[in-house]
Design a protein around this ligand. Structure first.
Ligand SMILES: NC(=O)c1ccc[n+]([C@@H]2O[C@H](COP(=O)([O-])OP(=O)(O)OC[C@H]3O[C@@H](n4cnc5c(N)ncnc54)[C@H](O)[C@@H]3O)[C@@H](O)[C@H]2O)c1
Length: 197
């Protein structure tokens, strides 16, 4: 895909894999906007990459996503590409057995992981795709998954990435009729990107 001039949204683009994608997309001439919860990180990103659009948004909240994407659309009309990258890593088994008893998986963290790693994909995609359809944009949705989604069970338990892959298949089926392409990328481990000094 020719990226020059294409309007690309990257969620979680302040650091890690998202930041690398942002830098690579900019070098290819894309018009990049980052949606991230980290306001301070966005300020730093904006200072070091002056062309990047920065939107502070907690993508695990539907109301915030509706409001932030509406602002984006006022400025850009429609995105060409959405990269659903933001995620949190919380890895814990269902039960942990220790001499002092059995500790259950934390319910608050279960809900937070589910909202951040799975529901956010639904929120962002629904809001961005709606405008793609209105503007007849043949866009692309890229979902960053994980090897944790593998059936081989070598990933982090209860990280919700498997559900994200399941959502990918449904999204791909639902959106292909509108000319919108959905792809999933499943990185392995050791992809942490360290800040260059
Ligand atoms: N790093 C790896 O080795 C690896 C391996 C497999 C899959 N992944 C997946 O790749 C994606 C990125 O991973 P990473 O290691 O670069 O993560 P990271 O923790 O380095 O960066 C995550 C980014 O998402 C943002 N973010 C977190 N919660 C948010 C929210 N509620 N709203 C908006 N932004 C939010 C953070 O501020 C941060 O900028 C994740 O979905 C992760 O599951 C990473």
């Amino acid at each position: 895909m020719e990226l020059r001039g294409k309007k690309v949204i990257v969620t979680g683009g302040v650091r890690g894999l998202g930041r690398s994608m942002v830098e690579s997309l900019i070098s290819k001439g894309a018009v990049v906007t980052v949606f991230d919860i980290d306001g301070q990180g966005l300020a730093e990103l904006s200072a070091s990459c002056p062309g990047v659009g920065c939107v502070e948004c907690d993508i695990s909240s539907y109301e915030r996503v509706v409001e932030a994407t509406a602002r984006y659309h006022t400025e850009f009309k429609s995105a060409d590409v959405l990269v659903n990258n933001a995620g949190i890593l919380y890895s814990s088994p269902l039960v942990r057995i220790s001499p002092s008893g059995i500790e259950k998986h934390d319910l608050g963290m279960w809900n937070k992981t589910l909202m951040t790693n799975l529901s956010s994909v639904f929120f962002m995609t629904a809001c961005i795709v709606e405008k793609m359809i209105y503007t007849r944009t043949k866009g692309v949705i890229v979902n960053i998954s994980s090897v944790s989604a593998s059936r081989e069970m070598w990933g982090n338990p209860f990280c919700c990435q498997g559900r994200r892959e399941c959502a990918d298949r449904h999204l791909a089926k639902a959106l292909s009729a509108m000319g919108i392409c959905v792809v999933a990328v499943a990185p392995g481990y050791g992809n942490r990107v360290h800040k260059r000094g």
